[in-house]
Design a protein around this ligand. Structure first.
Ligand code: C5P
Length: 222
């Protein structure tokens, strides 16, 4: 069995990280959530009041930033300059600003470089927006996960309620649609299905169902 790279891309809240974590656990692979990297730098930029429309300043900021994704039993811990930011980077302010930070070529260049270093050794499941198209274009398995906006908002709403966060379905639908639009229409590495990616519509599927479908695809390759 050879170690491979599995790229999982798709729009916001399509279940990428949930599924990617499970696939990684099953295969004993490293799970890498690239969205968390963009979120962490956005969090830092907001805290330091860096202008999110200024790519040079953001680039300087990233250069001075250490970002570590530590493997945990059920996912990953995000460490930003020695502080654990795993939870706080999911907040609404970061969620609603991250696409503005991620649209800059200078920001992406630096992030992609770091992500490619992480993926070099294979044995990785990486989730994001441009993994199959730019970060690991030679990934052995590429998955593109989609689901209806309605279903994605319902899932995120349930998740928020479980965590005890305030949550409104209508607002979530708007936020998810807006983020999809920004991510799909940006000039640099927009969210798009790689020509050789396998699309899975998870709208009517369970998490286990999606995981198993991906594992079947992986087994055919290995
Ligand atoms: O995956 P998640 O929803 O946490 O990603 C947050 C944001 O980071 C996305 O909406 C997108 O703007 C950006 N992102 C990106 N490229 C990636 C991963 C995330 O542009 N590979």
């Amino acid at each position: 069995e050879k170690k491979i790279a599995i790229a999982i891309d798709g729009p916001a809240a399509a279940g990428k990280s949930t599924v990617a974590k499970k696939v990684a656990k099953e295969l004993d692979y490293t799970y890498i959530d690239t969205g968390a990297m963009y979120r962490a730098i956005t969090y830092k930029a907001l805290k330091l009041k860096v202008d999110l429309e200024n790519p040079e300043q953001l680039h300087q900021l990233i250069k001075k930033t250490t970002l570590n994704l530590e493997q945990e039993q059920n996912g990953q811990k995000v460490i930003l300059d020695n502080a654990d930011v795993t939870e706080i980077i999911r907040n609404q302010q970061v969620t609603n600003s991250v696409s503005d930070v991620a649209k800059h070529a200078l920001v992406r260049e630096e992030m992609v470089k770091r992500q490619q270093e992480m993926a070099q050794e294979r044995g990785v499941v990486m989730d994001g927006r441009d993994i199959g198209t730019h970060v690991i274009p030679d990934a052995e398995v590429k998955i593109f996960l989609i689901a209806s906006v309605e279903e994605r908002a319902i899932r995120r709403n349930k998740e928020n309620i479980q965590k005890g966060y305030p949550s409104r379905l209508e607002q979530l639908k708007e936020e998810i649609s807006k983020r999809d639009k920004l991510d799909s229409e940006r000039e640099v590495s927009p969210l798009i299905k790689a020509h050789d990616a396998i699309e899975i519509d998870t709208t009517a599927m369970s998490i286990e169902g999606v995981k198993n479908e991906i594992l079947v695809i992986v087994e055919k390759i290995r």
